[in-house]
Structure formats: structure tokens, C-alpha cells
Design a protein around this ligand. Structure first.
Ligand code: AOS
Ligand code: ZN
Ligand code: ZN
Length: 388
């Protein structure tokens, strides 16, 4: 296989999972801007996700969020997805949107509230059994606003206890993906604030527990590709939540704020041989499109991830290893920058044509008329949950 064939086949194999909530209305704490044509049900969110896959060819699964995507019959939802040409992906739990969780969910000082939260997480595993999903994605908003508010160490014990109970419920082919976030909604201390904490809990739990890196969940200036390299080496990187941030957890389209960072992340993925679906890393988007149309924004994000991946695949790794061994700092950096500065759009357009797709997914989606059709046919969209 020539180098270019290797690049093409890796790109053809790439899989990006889109989040159901990115298709619905969302906003900030100040305002949820409703858009005409947004999905009213989980079924319609899947229909929209299917459009993204139809035009990009690399987004065959959609992540669900419980309770936002609660339905009576999850097997039926999975059948619906299959009929649209997509599958159901990770199940995202929600222990942050209930009055009971004001002081925390699984780390709450009240054992009754902890029980309720764990009950929800176990219910999510029941749902996975019905949808055939392999991944339970956990993000906890648990934390403190004021020093002294609760016992930091006791909260770690409660977290570990809850995670253990849920871990023990996982089926043979299911895993737990633990997401960390520096701050928000807690502003003094978060119970899973960073990759180190998530890693330590996952290590204690066992092989079915892995860390999720949400690219918007770090302090400014954090070297995310270092975290990628570290977790990959330890076999503890489970998934990404891709998005862009300028300030905090902005949830903007991935690759919009810092395409170079996305490239550096994908370079570590390529070096770690972790791009192929068989490597088991879930490349998910976690975005909210508050002012831009949703399906085109998700298509844009998928294309941005593809472009960063293509550039990462173009890095001459042999030459890079030689330059690194020789201590040739400038040559090594130039090799990386050469790949980053390559315009990969023609390569991707050609690849899409080979895959029987339109070379320009954004234009093809626009031409399809789907956007106008959903505006005509859907009245009264539901909010994704944030600030709703
Ligand atoms: C929250 O900030 C996180 O990014 C989670 O991934 C969250 O669960 C997701 O955005 C929607 O559920
Ligand atoms: Zn996330
Ligand atoms: Zn987030």
C-alpha cells in the first residue's frame, strides 16, 4: 500500500459520532433561541443525524441523552435508526437537571439522593441493553461553590462507591466512559475536575472504565495532546467530546477556535494507532448550536475533524522520528507544520467521490432541500435541555 492509499483507507474507515442534543434547540443561561424545523422527538433527532451521515459518510452513529431522549421502546428507536442508515451510540446520563441535585448527585451528602442518582445510572445501563449501545457516558456536575460546604475527601469516597456499583452492573461488552470538567456549574471545587481524577477512578474500577476528553473542559492553555498521549499509553482513553472553546465550556463547532490544536490531538491519535474503530476510541461531538443552523453546523464539525485527521495522517512519521532522534528541533517542527499547512480539501473531495458521495457535503445538503422540508413539516420543536 502506498502512503497515500494508507491515508485514504484510514479516512474512509474513520467514524465520528454526533450527539442527539446538538440537533435540538439550545442556548445559554441567558436565552434559548428556538429555530424552526428542529426535532420534536428522539426519532426526529435521529432522522437529522442520518442526514449528516448521508452527506459525510463518516458519522454512522448518534449518541442519546437520557432523559432528553426518553422513549417508550428503545428497541424500536434502534430499529428506526437502522432504517435511517445509522445506529445508536453512547448513552449519556443526566444527574444534573433535577432539584434534588442542587448539592450534588452521587456525591450528595444525603444518601437518599445518592441512591436516586445511582438508580438513574443503572437505568441507563438497562437502556443500553435495549439499544445495543456499548458505552455509558458519565458526566457529573457535582461540586462545591464554597470552601467548607462539604467534605472534599468524603465526596471522593461517595463518587468511588457509586462508580463501583454502576461498573459492576455493566455487561461483558459494555464500558463506562468518565468525563471530567474543570468547573461549571460548581465554581469552587468539582468532584471530577481533571483527567488525573478521572484516570485514578477508572484505574481503580478496572478495564471497562475509561476517560472521556471533552476538549472544552480544561483551563486555558492546557496541553490537551499531552493528555491524549498519556491516556493512550495507559490504555485509558475511551472517547472524545469534540467542540471548540474560546473561554470556558463554549461548545462551539469543533475546529472553529483552534484547528491547530485539533490537528495536534489527531497527530497523537495517529501516532498511537488509535484512529481505526477497532482501537475502541469513540470520537464524539458535544456541541450546542445556539445561533447557527444545526445540521449544517454538525456537517461543518465533521468536515473539520476529517481535515485535521487527514493532515495528521500526512505527517511523515519516519522523517519525524529521524529528526527527533537526531535532536533536530527545527526539522522536526517543520515536518509537523508541513503536514498541518497542506490543503487536504482536494484529497477529501476525491475520497468522497470514491465513496459515492458528493465531494462537497455542505453544498449537497443545502441542495437536498431537507432543511426547508423540516421547517415546513415540523412545528413546535423541543429544547435540548440546556437552560430550557
Ligand atoms: C457537560 O459540560 C458535558 O460536556 C457533558 O458531556 C454533557 O453531559 C453533555 O454536554 C450533554 O449531556
Ligand atoms: Zn461533554
Ligand atoms: Zn461540556
Amino acid at each position: 500500500m502506498t502512503d497515500l492509499e494508507r491515508v485514504r483507507s484510514a479516512l474512509r474507515e474513520q467514524r465520528i459520532e454526533t450527539p442527539s442534543w446538538a440537533y435540538a434547540n439550545s442556548g445559554t443561561r441567558f436565552k434559548v433561541f428556538t429555530q424552526p424545523g428542529v426535532p420534536r422527538t428522539a426519532y426526529e433527532k435521529i432522522d437529522d443525524a442520518a442526514q449528516v451521515h448521508k452527506f459525510t459518510g463518516v458519522a454512522p452513529t448518534v449518541a442519546l441523552h437520557i432523559p432528553w431522549d426518553r422513549v417508550d421502546d428503545y428497541a424500536d428507536l434502534a430499529d428506526h435508526a437502522r432504517a435511517q442508515g445509522v445506529g445508536l451510540g453512547a448513552i449519556n446520563s443526566n444527574v444534573f437537571q433535577d432539584d434534588d441535585y442542587k448539592l450534588g448527585s452521587v456525591t450528595n451528602p444525603d444518601p437518599g439522593i445518592r441512591r436516586k442518582a445511582i438508580g438513574h445510572l443503572l437505568e441507563c445501563v438497562d437502556i443500553m441493553d435495549q439499544t445495543g449501545s456499548a458505552d455509558l457516558k458519565l458526566w457529573f456536575s457535582d461540586g462545591l461553590n464554597y470552601p467548607g460546604q462539604d467534605n472534599l475527601r468524603a465526596r471522593q469516597d461517595r463518587m468511588a462507591e457509586a462508580l463501583h456499583e454502576v461498573y459492576d452492573r455493566l455487561g461483558e461488552h459494555q464500558r463506562m466512559l468518565l468525563e471530567y470538567k474543570l468547573f461549571e456549574p460548581a465554581f469552587y471545587a468539582t468532584d471530577v475536575p481533571d483527567w488525573g481524577t478521572a484516570y485514578a477512578h477508572c484505574l481503580e474500577l478496572g478495564p471497562k472504565a475509561q476517560v472521556v476528553i471533552d476538549t472544552g473542559h480544561h483551563a486555558p492553555g492546557t496541553n490537551i495532546e499531552f493528555i491524549v498521549a498519556f491516556l493512550l499509553r495507559a490504555g485509558k482513553l475511551g472517547a472524545f467530546d469534540f467542540n471548540s472553546r474560546f473561554y470556558a465550556d463554549d461548545d462551539l463547532m469543533v475546529g472553529a477556535a483552534d484547528p491547530f490544536q485539533l490537528f495536534r490531538i489527531m497527530h497523537e491519535i495517529v501516532l498511537g494507532d488509535a484512529l481505526s474503530p477497532s482501537a475502541g476510541i469513540a470520537f464524539m461531538l458535544d456541541q450546542c448550536h445556539n445561533i447557527e443552523p444545526k445540521i449544517p453546523a454538525i456537517i461543518r464539525s465533521v468536515l473539520n475533524v476529517q481535515e485535521a485527521t487527514a493532515k495528521a495522517l500526512l505527517v511523515d512519521t519516519d522523517a519525524l522520528a529521524t529528526a527527533q532522534r537526531d535532536g533536530d528541533v527545527l526539522a522536526a517542527n517543520a515536518i509537523l507544520m508541513d503536514a498541518y499547512n497542506t490543503d487536504v480539501r482536494p484529497l477529501l473531495a476525491e475520497l468522497r467521490a470514491d465513496m459515492g458521495l458528493d465531494p462537497d457535503p455542505s453544498a449537497a445538503y443545502k441542495r437536498s432541500g431537507y432543511g426547508e422540508r423540516i421547517v415546513r413539516e415540523r412545528v413546535g420543536g423541543e429544547a435540548a435541555g440546556w437552560g430550557a
